[in-house]
Design a protein. Sequence first.
Length: 444
Amino acid sequence: MSKPNNVLIIGAGVDCTKGIDLPPANRLLPEIAKFLEGEGKEFEQKLRAALPGLRFTFKRFIKSSIDDLSKKDIGELRTLVVKVQQVVKGIKDDKDPIKKQGKLITLLFERLVTIQEASQLDDEIIELIKEVFGSKAEDVEVTDSVIDFHKVTLSDTFKNVMRMTLQQSLGTDTNAVAEALGGDMLDIEQLLVQKFLGFYNEHDADIKNYLYISWCFWAYLVHKQRDILGNLKGKEVPFYTGIPEDTKAISLNYTIFLEQAVGNAHAIYFHGDLRKYIRMDTRYLTTIERFEERDIKVILDEEIIPNIDLAPNEGVDRKLVVPALVPPLRIKPILSRSYIELWHRADEWIGSADKVVIVGYSLSTSDEHFNDILRAHRGKVKFDIVGPGVLSDAFQKRCEKVFGIAPNAWSKTKVQKQDALNSDGLRLIKAKADEVDLDELFKS
């Protein structure tokens, strides 16, 4: 009898497991900012010196994020309000200063939403414009609103409240309200996406910003990975050591833990690898020699800075290297031919699997390329999806988009004593990564 062909897919939630303790996505940028002011300070200074004219700072990013608030649509603003409201609701003591801070921010955002809603042109106004001006109505250039919010300036009161709260999320005096607001407004993945576009439109400032942010991100992750392994001191890495033998595994993370657990032949790093970098003009993928032994500052001095030349030469592309971390764009950029082959192999693994178990991955809309692979194999392969938030209405809606399962099609069940939902070969299991037995999931 042949061995079952099992495939494990792991997302960011796995590396938040106790004992690994990488911060969740909404805490990454604040943690990076603190790292650059502490143990990563010398790395940051050397990198900045290699990028003349670089103006990006996290403080300046906070300012621009606040200025952009007036440009967000009503739905985006409501999402921010809801996140802060959820934090406020969870604090029982009405005199708690954090609860009062959350209430203040909620009221300010509600004012902004109210102004936007009140300025919206309704159907009655638009119809009247057409009736009054007839064939010349097009000359009116009808917009959605009475006010052009792209030109609106927020008051100093609003800006200062937001600035002080967001600075809290980057500092040591953070709190739940600051994290809720900062997690949405200071999203490093979205920041990388915005700046990566500079490579397409040849915008020098964005290219420099991307080089700076991505290499700072890389340095933080390498430092954190080494810290985790040092703290474990040879002990088993939580979750990863529970992966059954001969399991093929696809990681949407960058940490080395998966390859250490299953071996190179059984691991695919879908979004890239901390041990590699890409030269943007040739798309050549390079592996950093003796990666585990060398200090990040040494790698910066010996391999990163010497391979960055921003001076334009006629007829010659500038020499730029970026970490082999694929930006979370909905349409994946082809950084190197190697990724085409990698993604094709991941597709084949999933398509030929007897069972696929997904742990710690939220079916994020920024990973539509990967979601398309899952979507293509729905109905042919059995899936289990494990995570603490998988039974929520929001996650069920994501399942509907990816797998075509309507929210009313689920049946309640139990899997390994955990609450779960089941629908025609797909199960959602409410549990943290280390609360399930992977071997049993693959067998069930």
